[in-house]
Design a binder for this molecule. Sequence first.
Ligand code: 5AD
Ligand code: SF4
Length: 450
Amino acid sequence: MRIKGKAYINTIGCQMNVYDSEKLAGILNAYGYEKTKDVDTADLVLCNTCSIRHKAEEKAFSFLGRFAREKKRRPGLITIMAGCVAQQEGEKAFGRLPHLDIVLGTQAFARLGTHLDALAAGKRRIVDTAESDVIFEAMPDETAFDETAISKFVTIMQGCENFCTYCVVPYTRGRERSRNHAAIVEEITRLSESGIKEVTLLGQNVNSYGVKDGDISFPELLEKVSRVEGIQRIRFATSHPKDLSQELIEAMRDIDKVCNHLHLPVQSGANAVLKKMNRGYTRETYLARIADLKAACPDMALSTDIIVGFPSETQADFQDTMDLLRTVEFDSIFAFAYSDRSSAPAAKFPNQLPEAVKMARLNQLLTLQETYTEKKNQALIGRDVKVLVEGESAKQREGFDHTDMKQMFGRSETNKIVHFPSNQAVIGDLVTIRIENAYPHSLWGQVSGS
Ligand code: 5AD
Ligand code: SF4
């Protein structure tokens, strides 16, 4: 096929967007575009956007805004806004970005080629935000494939129907749809054949995988994926606390390849706030699930998402969240200041908090968590952890006394970065490392086996 030019893709937002961008790269490649990392020489620029918080949305507008002048100089340059902001804004995107060529919603990716044809035929300002119940099974994306990659995301379901009151996802990604399990297993088999050792199964609420569509359950899917030869580790995100089943806890305990790490977003430790968020569980039921999990899998690492400064969150509510952190002792957290999203119901809730209050609470929360992150890492000193080698460390450790050896890094099952000296270990190896030093965000050790 004749090469039409070079395509630059900028991905903002969640892991699902990383997966989607690889599919978009595959479509563009099949259409005749080569991928480039140099935005200045690109003939097509696509931004895969996120609208979860105001900041992410602004990033997309400012990135795409940069091409207004460039397009005057090079009218042939194609600019595309794809993903969640595109879905949310539709036609309105042209208000701030009059030079855009295509606004491609979250369920319109499969039609990108048709839209590029229309553009070539003279059509301008194309918008496609049509919703679709069909899961988009894109073509394999060999070109986006990075030979050094050992880990990949695989989206197993799209959309969300939980309707948390702060969240745009049900509006940007549509109703919940699960992919057929055979297609997922086939995709993972192909990834394994290309050298991938670890997959992360993605969905807004993986625990309800297959429930609506009558396909197999999520624990059954884990079992099937674990039988794919060559895949050594399976991760998944995100699980909703309200339907974290005993069956899933048991699958995590029993299937070796499933990593000892669960990301279970709690969002708040205060029942009044959880209710207003429409989360469908209480602080007590969340803690009960954590207790079940710890009983079944004592070494399980836990992480969570927290929003501070939700409308009408009181100081006492915030202290309940701080207290929940002390009770659970998470290995790590992702914490956010509440960001008002006009399409989400909470935007109309009374008692929105001042930015300064949100930021002060966010800082307090992060400071408290630091102590637990470090404590969890310190507890690993002297222990052996299995590490999947990802590459050579970018930075040498201060006082590193193995100057004759390469300094490598990888990830533990519990999702912690581990550095170690070795001239033998290569990317994709599973090695056992005895931890010697622990810092807030990294662990250091020596090879003790493989
Ligand atoms: N403001 C702040 N954080 C949000 N999240 C989702 N919506 C918002 C919002 N409006 C956070 C939640 C979610 C994570 C992916 O992003 O914590 O789990
Ligand atoms: Fe952002 Fe949510 Fe869309 Fe992912 S699904 S890109 S987090 S808005």
